[in-house]
Design a protein around this ligand. Sequence first.
Ligand code: F6P
Length: 745
Amino acid sequence: MKQILAAVSLIVIIISLLVVAFTVRQVDNEDQNLKIDLQHRTTLLAESLKETVEPNFINKSDKYLQQVVERFANKERFAGLAIYDNQDNLVAVTSTLPKEISQSQLVAAHAMDEDKASGDFVKFMDQKMYVFAIPLHDKDSVVGALMVVQNASYIDSRLTEIWRNNLIRLFIQASLLSVATLLILRWIIYVPIISLVETLKAARSGNLSTSAKSYNVPNFLFFSPLVREVTNIRRSLIEARVSASEEARMRLEKLDSPWTAERLKEFVKDTLKGRTIFVVSNREPYIHTKHGGRISYYFPASGMATAIEPIMEACGGMWIAHGSGDADRLVVDLKNKIMVPPDEPKYTLRRVWLTPKEEEGYYYGFANEGIWPLCHIAYTRPIFRKEDWEQYQKVNGKFAKTVLEEIKDFHRPIILVQDYHFALLPRMIKSSRPDATIGFFWHIPWPNAESFSICPWRKELADGVLGSDIIGFHTQLHCNNFIETVGRELESLIDWEQFAITRDRHVTYVKPFPISIAFSNGGEFQNNQGKFDSRQMMRDLDIQVKYVGLGVDRLDYTKGILERLKAIEIFLERYTPYRGQFIFIQLAAPSRSRIKRYQEFAEEVQQEVDRINNKFKTNRWKPILYIPKHHSHEEINKYYKLADLCLVTSLHDGMNLVAKEYIAARDDEKGVLILSQFAGASRELKEALIVNPYDAEQVANSMHVGLQMMKVEQTRRMRKMRESIKSHNIYRWSAELLKTIVNLG
Ligand code: F6P
C-alpha cells in the first residue's frame, strides 16, 4: 500500500510541476499581450489628443485646455490626462487623476527632454498605472507635454485569475487522477500480484486448504500469461509436494501406496538405468492447427493418447507419431521435433509426415476399414483392398526407418509400439536392431482365430507383431485369441503356461495389461475451473431437468450409440414420470469422417436423435441433447460431474477409458455407471450396472435402477470403483509393462 501511495504522490508532484511551469509561461505571455495592447491603445489616444491640443498651444487659454482634458474624464480604464508646459508646470489636468500622479511629472519631463514619446508602468497607491507622455511642439521647439494615464490594474487581476483557474483545475485533475491511479494500481496490479504471490507462497509452504488444492489460480485481466505460468509452477509444486510426502509415507509405513507420476519416475530411474523410452503411435498427443492466422493445439479424442501421455510426462523420452495437424509443420524444428506439452515441455514429439495417398491407404483404408471392423466384430464388414495393404506396408516401413534413425545412438533402447496401425513395425525394427527391446500394446480387441482368418494378410500381421518381445492386450481373453491365431496361422512353438510364443528362436510373451488413466491422489481430476456449479452449467446448457444421463464417445459405430438411443426411447416409454424430468446428453467427437461408414453412421445417429426428440418433446423439454463436436478433457470433466448416469454401451471395446474417467471425476462419490459387458473395463469395474448393449430393454431398466438408486448405494459403489482405478492407474500399468520388459533381459 505504501508503494501505491508513493507512486500516486510522485504522479501528483510531476503533474503539479508541469502545471506550474505551464502557468508561468501562460501568465508571462498574457502579461506581455495585455501590456502591448494597453500601450498601443494609449499611444493612439495620446496622438489623437495631441492633434487637438498642439496647434497654437502657447496661445491657448488654460480654460480651453482644461475643457479638452475634462472631455476624457469618464473613459473606461482611463485614469486621467495632464498637460504640462516646458517648465514642468501643470497647465491642465482631469479632475479624476490622483494628485500624486499629476504632480509627479517625471515621465512628461523625460518626454520633453528627449523630445520623444515615453511611457512607463508605475504603481500608485497599490494600483498599477500606465503613464504615457508625448511632447507638444510649437514649430520645432518643445513647448510642453501631454500625459495620458491608464489604469493597468486589470492586467494583474487577469494574471491572478489565470493562476487561480489553473490551480483549481490542477487540484481537480490531481484528485481525480490520484483516485483513478489508486484504483487502477490496487485492483488491476496490486491485488492480482498479491494474490499470485500468496498462491505461490501457499504452494511453496504446503499450506493448502482443501478447497485451495485446485491447481488453478484465479484469472486476472492483463495477467493471463503470468497466471498461466504461476498455475503451472503451482501445479508442479503441489504435485512434487504430494508425491514427495507419499514417497516418504511409503518408506516409513512400507505400504503399497498408489502409483503416482513421481513414483513412476523414480521407478523408471531405478529400473531402466538410463535406457531411453521411444513410443510409436499413429495418433500424436498434441495437434497444432491454424485458425485465421493463429496457431493453437488440442489434445485428440483418443484413449491411447490419454493413457500414454502421462507416462511420457513422467519419464521423458521421445514419442514418434504422424503429424496430422494443418499447422504441425509450422512449429517443429529442422528435425521435425517439438518439445511437449507445449505449455510445460517434458518430452520430445517427433512428427512423421505422410502423403495424402499414404494416409488414405494406410490409415483410412487398411487400419480403419480393414483391421478396425475385423477386430471389433460390431457387424460392419471389414474391407480389404490390395492398394490399402500396400500403403500400410509402406507407412510401417517409413515409421521403422524413422525409429531406426532416432535410436541409432542408443544402446538397448526400449520401444513401445502402439496399436493396430503398426502391426508390421516390430518385425521391421527387430530385424535391424535385435538389441532393442520392443513392447507392443494392442489397444483394441483381438478377435477369435476364426474371425481373424478372413483377413487376406493375417499371417503377415501376426508375424509382424511377433517381432516384439512382449505383446500386451487389455484382457486375458484377447491374449488367448491372439495366441490361438498364431497357432493356427504360423509355424511356432506355443507355451500356454508361460503365454510365450517362440518363432525362429525369438520368444514373444503375451500378457494382459488392463490400461487405465492418470488417477492417483484425485488432483488430476478435480475441476480445473474452480468449484463446480451444476446449476450454472444447466443454465448455460439451457436445460431444466432433475436427472441427467451422459454419453461421451468418438462418433464410431463400435460405441453402441444407436443401441443406447433405442434404450433411452424404451426408458421414456416405460417410465413415463421421467418425461420432462430427464435429459440425455450425448457428446460425440467426430472421427474418421472421410470413411463412408462413419459418414453414414453420423447421419444415422442424427436421424435417431431427431426421431426420438420429435416423438417425446414438449414446448419446454426434449429428451436428448446431442453435441457432435470435439471437447477438451476439462470440458468433458464438467459433464461427468453433472451426470447422474453415464452410459458406456460399446458393442465391443478394448478397455474404454470414458468409464474410468467418469468415476475418477466423481470426487463427490455420486453417480451411476452403466457399462457394456463387451468393454474391457467391465472386467474391473464390477460395481457398475453391467449391461448387454444389444438388449435395449435391459439397458432401459438399468437406467431406471440407476436413477432410483439410493445415494448411499451410489457412494458405496463409486468408492469401490474409485479405489480400484486409483490402485490400478496408468502409472502402475506402465510400471508393470516396463518391469516385464526389463525382466526379459
Ligand atoms: O485403441 C483405439 C484407438 O487408437 C484409441 O486410441 C482411440 O480410442 C481411437 O482408436 C482413436 O482413433 P483415431 O486415432 O483413429 O482417431
